[in-house]
Design a protein. Structure first.
Length: 237
C-alpha cells in the first residue's frame, strides 16, 4: 500500500514543477510543524494548476538556516510565509515579495488582498501603484493571473467588500476610502488592459456615496453579506 503524501509533497504543489528542487531546499530549511497546513486553494499560473495552502503553522527559520538559500529560494520561502497564521508574519514576508513580477508570486499577493488585515492591504496598495502604468511587467503579470482565474478574483472582490463591511466600516465609512478598494481598482485595471474590455466590478463604485456616507451599490447583497466564516466582533490578527 502506498504511503499518504507528507506535508512537503502538498507544499511542493504550491509552486510550478520547474521550481521543485528549490522548493525542497526551502522546506528543509523551514522544518516541520505540529499542525498540518490548512486546506489549499487552487489557482492557474501560466497553465499550471497550483494548490496554495490557506494557512501555515511552521515557525520561521533561523537566520543561519536562511544564509545558504539562493535569491529564488528566499522568494519561495517568503511566499509560503505569507500564508502564516500570524498576520504580523504574513505582512513581514509580503513586504519581501509584493513588488515581484514573477507569475508564481502573484497569487500569494492577490490572496492577501482578499483577507482582513488592513495593514497588509496598505502594503499591497503602496507596492502595486505601478499597475496603473501600461506596459509594465507587473501590470502584465497581474492582468494575466486575473484573466486566467476569473472565479478566484470574483471571490476576492466579494471578500474585500465583506471584510470592509464587517470589520472596518467604522474606520472607513466610505468604501472608496478603504485601502482594499484601491487595490481592487488597480487589479481590475491590469485585467482590463489584458482582456481588452472592462473587467467586471463586484464592489461598490469607487467615489460614489449615499447620504449616510456609505457607498451605494447595486451589489447590495455582496456589500452587506457577513465575512466568510461568520462575523465575530473583531477579526483575528
Amino acid at each position: 500500500m502506498s504511503q499518504p503524501p507528507d506535508d512537503s509533497d502538498h507544499l511542493a504543489m504550491a509552486f510550478p514543477g520547474p521550481l521543485a528542487d528549490d522548493v525542497r531546499v526551502v522546506l528543509a530549511a523551514m522544518g516541520t510543524s505540529r499542525l498540518k497546513p490548512a486546506a489549499p486553494f487552487p489557482v492557474d499560473v501560466q497553465g499550471r494548476l497550483l494548490a496554495i495552502p490557506t494557512r501555515l503553522y511552521n515557525d520561521e527559520p533561523s537566520a543561519d538556516a536562511l544564509e545558504s538559500l539562493s535569491p529564488r529560494q528566499l522568494t519561495i520561502l517568503h511566499c509560503l510565509y505569507t500564508r502564516h497564521h500570524d498576520g504580523r508574519i504574513r505582512r513581514r514576508h509580503l513586504e519581501c515579495v509584493v513588488g515581484s513580477a514573477q507569475p508564481w508570486v502573484v497569487p500569494y499577493v492577490v490572496q492577501l488582498a482578499g483577507e482582513y488585515v488592513v495593514e497588509i492591504l496598505v502594503v499591497i496598495r503602496e507596492a502595486l501603484g505601478d499597475l496603473d502604468t501600461p506596459g509594465t511587467a507587473l501590470r502584465a503579470a497581474y492582468g494575466r493571473f486575473i484573466v486566467d482565474n476569473p472565479s478566484f478574483f470574483a471571490r476576492t472582490q466579494r471578500r474585500v467588500v465583506s471584510y470592509w463591511s464587517c470589520y472596518h466600516r467604522l474606520d472607513y465609512t466610505r468604501f472608496p476610502d478603504y485601502p482594499g478598494c484601491t487595490v481592487l481598482e488597480l487589479l481590475r485595471a491590469a485585467a482590463s488592459d489584458l482582456a481588452g474590455h472592462p473587467w467586471p466590478r463586484l464592489t461598490p463604485p469607487a467615489g460614489r456615496a449615499g447620504p449616510s456616507g456609505h457607498c451605494q451599490t447595486p451589489y447590495r447583497d455582496v456589500a452587506l453579506r457577513p465575512a466568510p466564516g461568520g462575523s465575530p466582533a473583531r477579526p483575528p490578527v
